[in-house]
Design a protein. Structure first.
Lengths: 385, 195
């Protein structure tokens, strides 16, 4: 297997306003994206990879001059990899409202001359999908061979088959759900309250104050991170290990402090929180968690998911879940499979017994990657006869 | 067709062309692939084993990874023309539940399982030993067949669960056995429907 090597993000400007689900519209905007592999002459081998909460358009490859800058799904996408860039033209697009380049709260609102901040319009999964479709128009791609995503990215992949069914051949939705449960929304709300109640948040206009609500972001990331891991994997990785374990044979010593770090898991979560608060935007976190909350394609059909998926009748789906994922459990994926089966839609469903919880979708597992490889090899035979 | 045995071919012959098929315990998907290509059928396989799920994905056969012991809640009433349950029943703990589920989901269920009353098995038991044959190749202490029944037993079980037997026959050495199947066939085949 080779490597993609260095990639350069590209930017596309859109001047036509984008109507949003909320009724608002985004007057003009930019989308940042990366592509890997080559578009074939028939323009039939494009695969869109949709990103989740913390990620971006940088799906695979590296950025020149930056150490450890591998894309977030580099183990899946590349020459000879399950999503083989020798066969497919792979596209990663940064979603609106993000903090990684596409128009978002950190950018200047041309109407006011100030950063959007908390005034950035609320965007939904459907809005993202519509914006992605416009970029495909620019790239001259009418139909995607496939759309792939995990978690929130999986929701976008599903949404593609409902909003633009004529423009996508196959949907691969990994570790996702047809909507958030009350518990999922509850975790999001805790994260949002942590950010919003940080004194440095300033109602979302903290840029003008030259501060960042890092405390809130740290807590948001800590709570999010807990939901990405399984109980078992946390136990295996950290258990009750103490940070200040003393010399061999003498056991560990407790500090008997309520505020210092005692356990390794605390140290790990604080480290993750600190790292995240250095690069992630607070307003983006609020926007993206809200997009998650709002996603519910069945809602327009009285809660009937099968009725919602009638729009995707001639598509083909691959759905993958992980047994220890309690954020988007296998039961949620089975709801999707049931809705597809009710519509007699072609679907394959793999339930991977992986120990890593929700994070498993980003990790290399031979069963998981084997199913995706087989799926993409079949698609490749169809688009590159 | 790769991987299509004579037993599979005989089962395929029971499935009308163009049928919507659910294959419970579909293995590597060989039969479903054959039904799709040779008879224009569509539908899904159900499998629990990772390697079989992968084999189905490689064949391009729709496969749903599920534990059959949990029932068929994913599938609606009478949503398939044919539900196949071939050489699967003997591995399931909830035998009756699966039978009823098969009849709920499919207009016709086709079920096959090793016939314990096949004469060599009887002979073996008469001689005081559990049979080890081509159809029952395991020793008593390592067999995955947690349910061992006979052709005649199944007729009773079907009646008990209010199922109509549309057809039944035995299968042995590559051919259907319609005369004295309980004695002469190593495999029992039943076509059932809701009573």
């Amino acid at each position: 297997m080779g490597a993609i090597g260095h990639v350069t993000p590209q930017t596309q400007r859109f001047d036509a306003p984008l109507p949003l689900r909320s009724g608002a519209q985004l007057a003009g905007y930019e989308l940042v994206y990366e592509t890997y592999g080559r578009l074939n002459a028939a323009r039939s081998n494009a695969v869109l990879v949709c990103h989740a909460l913390n990620a971006s358009h940088h799906v695979a490859g590296t950025h020149a001059g930056q150490d450890r800058s591998e894309g977030w799904w580099d183990n899946l996408v590349g020459p000879g990899k399950p999503l083989d860039t020798d066969k497919f033209f792979v596209i990663g697009i940064n979603n609106l409202g993000s903090c990684f380049g596409s128009t978002g709260p950190m950018h200047v609102n041309s109407a006011t001359g100030r950063p959007w901040g908390a005034d950035f319009p609320v965007v939904t999964v459907e809005d993202w999908v519509d914006a992605q479709a416009r970029l495909l128009d620019v790239l001259g791609i009418h139909t995607l061979a496939a759309v792939l995503g995990g978690s929130l990215g999986g929701m976008q992949a599903l949404s593609w088959t409902l909003r633009h069914p004529a423009r996508v051949g196959e949907c691969i939705a990994v570790a996702t759900a047809p909507n958030l449960s009350a518990q999922n929304i509850a975790f999001n709300e805790v994260a949002r309250r942590a950010i919003i109640t940080d004194p440095d948040f300033h109602g979302g206009h903290f840029y003008a104050h030259g501060v960042v609500p890092k405390r809130g972001l740290r807590v948001a990331r800590m709570i999010g991170h807990i939901t990405y891991l399984s109980d078992d994997s946390m136990e295996a990785k950290f258990g009750r290990s103490l940070r200040n374990a003393s010399g061999a044979g003498r056991g560990a010593e407790l500090a008997y402090s309520t505020q210092d770090i005692e356990f390794q898991i605390e140290s790990y979560l604080r480290y993750q929180g600190d790292k995240f608060s250095e690069y992630f935007d607070a307003n983006t976190y609020l926007l993206i968690t809200r997009a998650l909350d709002y996603f519910d394609p069945a809602s327009a059909f009285g809660g009937d998911l099968s009725a919602a998926f009638a729009a995707a009748r001639d598509k083909r789906f691959t759905v993958v879940s992980f047994t220890t994922d309690w954020r988007f459990s296998p039961a949620r994926s089975r709801e999707i499979v049931k809705a597809l089966v009710d519509n007699r839609i072609d679907v394959s469903y793999a339930e991977i017994a992986a120990p890593h919880g929700h994070d498993a979708f980003l990790l290399e597992d031979p069963r998981y990657h084997g199913v995706l490889r087989a799926t993409f090899e079949r698609i490749a035979r169809q688009v590159n006869p | 067709m790769s991987g299509v045995t004579t037993e599979m071919q005989l089962m395929a012959d029971q499935v009308p062309a163009g049928s919507r098929v659910l294959d419970l315990g579909c293995g590597d998907g060989a039969l479903l692939a054959h039904l799709q290509q040779a008879k224009g059928c569509s539908g899904y396989g159900v499998e629990i084993a990772d390697d079989n799920v992968l084999a189905c994905a490689r064949r391009g056969v729709n496969v749903v990874q599920l534990n059959l012991e949990e029932g068929l809640a994913l599938f609606g009433d009478q949503s398939f023309d044919v539900v196949l349950q071939l050489q699967t029943l003997q591995h399931l703990r909830n035998t009756e539940k699966m039978l009823r589920e098969t009849a709920r989901v499919g207009r016709v269920g086709i079920i096959s399982f090793p016939n314990f009353a096949h004469w060599p098995n009887r002979l073996s038991v008469v001689q005081g030993r559990m049979p080890v044959t081509r159809t029952l190749p395991y020793q008593w202490y390592d067999t995955p067949n947690i349910r061992v029944g006979t052709f005649a037993d199944f007729e009773v079980l079907a009646r008990r669960n209010g199922l109509a037997v549309l057809d039944s026959f035995g299968f042995h050495a590559g051919r259907a056995v319609r005369r004295w199947p309980n004695l002469r066939a190593s495999v029992a085949v039943f076509k059932i429907a809701r009573g």
